[in-house]
Design a binder for this molecule. Structure first.
Ligand code: UDX
Length: 436
């Protein structure tokens, strides 16, 4: 079976490599020449653990090719659409331009019956419209069928999540579409991966709801952490106790600086916007609060840093450990770490940032910050150290060694995962979020 993957970003590049690993002949298409040049050499244009060896293996074997020319996708049995749906510049809604453009451009090449599978996160109702557009534009007419197959991969674990997904969702309108998708995912299905076969709107909504639920869970614990701050309770012990209830579970209950990235923030906003468009705004008003709680956490870190600096931020040195929105990724989209770094810089602080993988991306978006060579270098002469992305190397840093290079031993643990007692024992003033 031949597969095309349109869009080779964080989702598409991993999906293309994963499909090749499963034994298919795959062509990845993207408009970005530099990205395609890198991929053709088996290099990943972004950092994602385990991706590069997979790319190299299948580029070398010839199973995986890349092109900027959409006509190279023609003739594939299944086309996966993996382009981005970022937040619109002028509102909360998702910008559907890339999805619409790629499906319309692809349609012109569909002369034979084929299946186009949307994986991008889209507002509910999009698939039905896109199916109508496909039939209208494709020479194959009704032979050009659409399916919606949302993707749940987590950055940092994207290869694992692609090869061994925790569930599969097929939004389909025909048995033929279902059977083709069953062939594509035969390996995962043989391993008893749960499968939900459903209609378009349900498939689209599964993804929006999953991300809304995860965001709500994080904002829930962050709201409780605000209460902890007032009452002197410890949100990490509280989350451990809540997590022992199997109905609640401990995952996604880590209070701290909040969620960021290319998915959760923009997906809850797009969901709110879509609910408004379909006359159901009231159903999702709570997601506006989820968003607000999340953004307040960033502000809180700025406040705590200010408190540790006796409210004289201007001219003071601030070390920021972390730039990526989460560890094991170089993705800085809506990164809480960089938004705090940027805000303190605007208040006049001299901010020095270090991240093991996200330095180039951070430099591009925030060129006015200082970028250090290492965690120690970032902390040299710092008046306060902010731990904002929980990379293992930051957690393992020896507070006594770090204490030798800073001007003042002040640390804000924005992820509540440093060893508080060890830092205090080494003479640091430790401040977590929602912890006494
Ligand atoms: C998310 C979804 O998990 C994934 O299923 C979907 O396909 C895409 O969006 P991702 O953006 O890679 O994946 O990151 P995720 O691991 O969900 O973390 C999102 C953010 O929440 C990160 O900034 C992370 O630091 C933060 N987070 C996560 C918390 O603040 N607390 C937690 O307990 C968990």
């Amino acid at each position: 079976m031949r597969i095309s993957v349109i869009g080779t970003g964080y989702l598409g590049a991993v999906h293309a490599a994963g499909m090749a690993e499963l034994g298919f002949d795959v062509v990845g298409i993207d408009v970005d020449q530099a990205k395609i040049d890198a991929l053709r050499e088996g290099r990943s244009p972004f950092y994602e653990p385990d991706l590069e060896p997979l790319l190299r293996k299948h580029v070398d074997s010839g199973k995986l090719t890349f092109s900027t020319d959409l006509s190279d996708a023609a003739g594939a049995d299944v086309h996966f659409v993996c382009v981005g749906t970022p937040q619109k510049r002028d509102g909360l809604a998702a910008d559907m331009t890339y999805v619409e453009q790629s499906i319309e451009a692809l349609a012109a090449h569909l002369t034979e019956p084929t299946l186009v599978v949307g994986k991008s996160t889209v507002p509910v109702g999009s698939a039905a419209q896109l199916q109508a557009r496909l039939i209208e534009l494709a020479p194959a007419g009704e032979g050009a069928e659409l399916a919606w197959n949302p993707e749940f991969l987590r950055e940092g674990f994207a290869v694992e999540d692609t090869l061994r997904p925790d569930r599969l969702v097929f939004g389909v309108r025909s048995d033929r579409a279902e059977q083709l998708l069953r062939k594509v995912y035969a390996t995962a299905l043989a391993a008893d991966t749960p499968l939900v076969v459903t209609d378009f709107p349900t498939a689209e909504l599964v993804k929006s709801s999953a991300n809304a639920f995860l965001a709500t869970k994080i904002s829930f614990i962050n709201a409780i952490s605000e209460i902890c701050e007032v009452t002197g309770a410890d949100v990490t012990a509280l989350a451990d106790a809540l997590g022992h209830d199997a109905r609640i579970g401990r995952k996604f209950l880590n209070a701290g600086i909040g969620f960021g990235g290319g998915c959760l923030p923009k997906d809850i906003r797009a969901f709110i916007a879509r609910a408004g468009e379909i006359g159901a705004a009231h159903a999702l008003t709570f997601l506006g609060e989820v968003d607000a709680i999340n953004m307040r956490r960033r502000q809180r870190v700025v406040e705590i840093a200010g408190e540790l600096l006796d409210n004289h931020v201007s001219g003071r040195r601030v070390a920021v450990l972390g730039a990526a929105f989460k560890p094991h990724s170089d993705d800085i989209r809506d990164s809480p770490a960089l938004s705090v770094a940027g805000e303190l810089h605007l208040h006049g602080a001299e901010v020095s940032v270090y991240d093991p993988k996200a330095m180039d991306n951070a430099r591009r978006i925030f060129p006015t910050l200082r970028y250090a060579e290492s965690a120690i270098d970032a902390c040299r002469d710092a008046d306060v150290v902010l731990h904002l992305t929980e990379w293992p190397e930051f957690r393992e840093v020896d507070p006594a060694v770090l204490g030798e290079v800073v001007a003042q031993r002040n640390v804000v643990d924005g992820r509540n995962c440093l060893d508080r007692e060890a830092w205090r024992a080494a003479g640091w003033t430790y401040r977590g979020l929602g912890r006494p």
